[in-house]
Design a protein around this ligand. Sequence first.
Ligand SMILES: [Zn+2]
Length: 206
Amino acid sequence: MKKYIGLFFLSFSFCIYSAQVARKAFPCYDLSQVMRVEPTPLYKPHLDASKSFGIKLLEDSKAVQKYINNGKFHKIKKSGKGYHVQKLDYSRAWMVSKGKSMLEKIGARFSKETKGHTFTVSSITRTLEDQCRLRRVNSNAALGISSHNYGNSFDISYVRFNNVLRYNPKMELALEKILKYYYDLGKIYYIKERQQSCFHVTVKNY
Ligand SMILES: [Zn+2]
């Protein structure tokens, strides 16, 4: 009997120990530190646009689920006219309504201008937890808040068209022309991210 009681206490204390370890491991970010990182002047308008949708900084899956349940986040289909969404390991295929419709507009316009070609969306909405996981594999991932943390940004690869990874200056130019068109209309901001070979697109609450 004594032996069983000992075993019981041993497993009991192990459980407490693992719970403590788990609590230490999550969350993997320090919110006050994340908030303190100053955005670059180039990035600042993106964050300002993100904050105009009434979405709170997405920390985890639960927060994303809340906005799915209340109808604020809309599912992005795997493919549509002019675009494919690649397998997303560090982001989620949900966006605010204007984000989704702008992606569809850019896709449709690209398809029309290039007579049926497609581009690839490489990242969509990220929680702070997703960002931590991403940082483990990519040290360039933003340390501070990203406009992906609000559901109105997405990345379009400029080295993958028609699902083929290859430098394609003609397609890249066609894509940038369309981004410039929507930027001039006051609907989006975009940055060419050379390290990621993508255009980072943020939709404004126009
Ligand atoms: Zn991005």
